[in-house]
Design a protein around this ligand. Structure first.
Ligand SMILES: Cc1cc2nc3c(=O)[nH]c(=O)nc-3n(C[C@H](O)[C@H](O)[C@H](O)COP(=O)(O)OP(=O)(O)OC[C@H]3O[C@@H](n4cnc5c(N)ncnc54)[C@H](O)[C@@H]3O)c2cc1C
Ligand code: SF4
Ligand code: SF4
Ligand code: SF4
Length: 467
């Protein structure tokens, strides 16, 4: 039995010390649920959004709620799928249980244009607020003091929801906000990544009144988030003074987009390779972020098995659709939207009928092949890392089921996990990051994506012509 398990079973430590242990053992998602549920308000967050005991921690009554709601140590997929959907999801179902899938976008062209994908995660909460369905929305904006850093807020006005547009990839806590709305009836619309949704579901299970105040759970697809150190290292390599930054957008322009910063004086800077003149080859946001994740994916993300927010009412992601590489549709702004619960489907249909969003039915079979390799590889990699942790007697999360591997899957998972070799060696990763961020480094990224960017696009163009 690991220290974490002894902790959870209250065998050797106070709960607040278990939370510290969960962080120390790298099992913490930074979802903020422990801080959000604590009745004494003695759990705060550090600069990187990890929970820590605040002043007054002596008031902790050791009620154990913080550990009970923690999704970092356990989240039972079979248990929660039974509770939410009435049947059990299997380890092989990487898309989760769902009713219908759609290709969707905001009917408001400005929101569609100024959003990550199709703007559904902005338009839907906004419409719910405008029509009085909710009094606020869980939203992630850019921290005004550190424009590269995300910060979760409860948006209560339309303009505050609009500030949440665009995905912010550095790690962000969300569920600590429940302490802010403890005395409010709401209801609220919750938008978050899968681990934040897991935390919310555990909080609702522990305290029914939390669930009663949530009108809708919108879950974003998630491959991984980024350690804050990724952006700090990039700024130090390029000698960018954080105080000069006015705005950072990790997905500027439509799919695949570019990472763009705007200085306080209004100058646009594309990252990485800020000195590169326009017209020179520059990897796009998807390619750049994929490489950033190899170095700066937090350890807990590498053991996370939920790619498509399987426990949300509605899951929302990019429209990575087979056959779209050569198509202009990729750049028009679409979301792939999955309605998982009746409540989610009803809200989508009402928003469509009111003219707030556009919904096109998306074929179930195509849904099962979209987001390859993200959905499949993420799960294989996580189970591979969990199995390795078990063999070594190290702490690992418990999802209530295990995956049995074929020989081919075992090899794919091991090879993929190996590509993260530098992520746990800070000096090596900074050195490799430095090389990658040098001007020739961009060809390394380009070369790795050559097949997808050039060969796949050419094949698709050829197929379109032959039709
Ligand atoms: C860390 C992260 C990883 C992702 N990985 C993938 C992926 O691999 N594949 C994929 O298809 N999609 C991924 N997404 C989702 C994708 O980037 C878009 O968020 C999604 O397609 C919704 O697009 P939209 O146009 O509706 O969002 P917008 O209308 O631009 O709204 C953005 C929404 O995201 C919320 N948000 C922004 N940053 C965060 C954050 N850090 N944590 C929680 N909420 C946040 C905002 O509050 C807002 O509700 C990821 C998102 C995040 C935050
Ligand atoms: S009061 Fe309860 S929830 Fe808060 S830190 Fe102590 S044990 Fe955890
Ligand atoms: S509840 Fe969330 S933030 Fe708190 S320790 Fe667990 S994973 Fe970390
Ligand atoms: S990969 Fe999992 S743990 Fe990491 S940010 Fe995404 S949902 Fe959270």
């Amino acid at each position: 039995m690991t220290d974490i398990h002894k902790c959870v079973m209250q065998q050797n430590k106070k709960s607040i010390n278990c939370i510290e242990e969960i962080v120390a053992q790298r099992l913490c998602h930074r979802c903020g649920s422990c801080a959000g549920i604590c009745p004494k308000g003695v759990i705060g967050l550090d600069d990187d959004y990890y929970p820590r005991g605040e002043k007054g921690v002596g008031e902790c009554t050791d009620c154990g709620l913080c550990v009970r709601v923690c999704p970092g140590i356990s989240f039972s997929f079979p248990g929660f799928s039974r509770r939410i959907f009435g049947r059990e999801v299997r380890a092989e179902d990487t898309r989760g249980i769902f009713l219908k899938a759609f290709l969707a976008y905001s009917a408001d062209p400005a929101i569609r244009r100024n959003s990550t994908s199709g703007g559904i995660s902005t338009r839907l909460p906004l419409w719910m607020l405008e029509t009085g369905r909710v009094s606020g929305a869980f939203t992630v904006i850019s921290d005004p003091g550190h424009p590269w850093k995300p910060r979760a807020v409860i948006a209560r006005k339309p303009e505050e929801i609009l500030r949440g547009a665009y995905s912010k990839y550095p790690a962000c806590s969300m569920n600590h906000l429940f302490s802010e709305i403890r005395n409010e009836r709401g209801p609220f619309v919750f938008t978050g990544i899968p681990c934040q949704v897991h935390g919310l579901r555990k909080m609702e299970e522990t305290n029914k009144s939390i669930g009663d105040r949530i009108a809708l759970v919108i879950g974003l697809f998630c491959h991984s988030c980024l350690e804050h150190q990724a952006i700090k290292d990039m700024m130090s390599i390029y000698r960018i003074d954080e105080r000069m930054l006015g705005e950072v957008c990790y997905r500027f322009g439509k799919l695949p987009g570019y990472v763009r910063a705007v200085t306080r004086s209004g100058q646009e800077v594309y990252l990485p390779y800020p000195q590169l003149p326009p017209g020179k080859y520059r990897p796009n946001a998807k390619e750049v972020l994929t490489f950033f994740f190899k170095f700066y994916s937090p350890p807990r993300c590498r053991m996370c098995i939920d790619a498509l927010s399987e426990f949300a009412d509605i899951s929302v992601g990019d429209a990575w659709i087979k056959g779209w590489q050569a198509s202009d549709r990729l750049r028009e702004g679409h979301n792939l939207v999955i309605a998982r619960t009746e409540r989610g489907l009803k809200m989508l249909e009402e928003a469509r009928d009111a003219g707030a969003i556009v919904l096109d039915p998306f074929d179930r079979e195509l849904m099962m092949t979209s987001h390859e390799p993200m959905a499949t590889m993420k799960r294989l990699r996580a189970f591979h890392n969990i199995a390795r942790a078990k063999r070594r007697g190290r702490p690992h999360p418990d999802y209530g089921f295990e995956k049995s591997f074929t020989m081919q899957e075992r090899t794919r998972a091991a090879m993929n996990a190996a590509t993260y070799f530098a992520a746990d060696i800070p000096r090596l990763r900074r050195f490799l990051f430095y090389i990658l961020l040098s001007r020739p480094g961009r060809y390394l990224i380009g070369f790795s994506f050559f097949r997808r960017r050039v060969v796949v696009a050419l094949m698709e163009k050829l197929k379109l012509k032959m039709k």
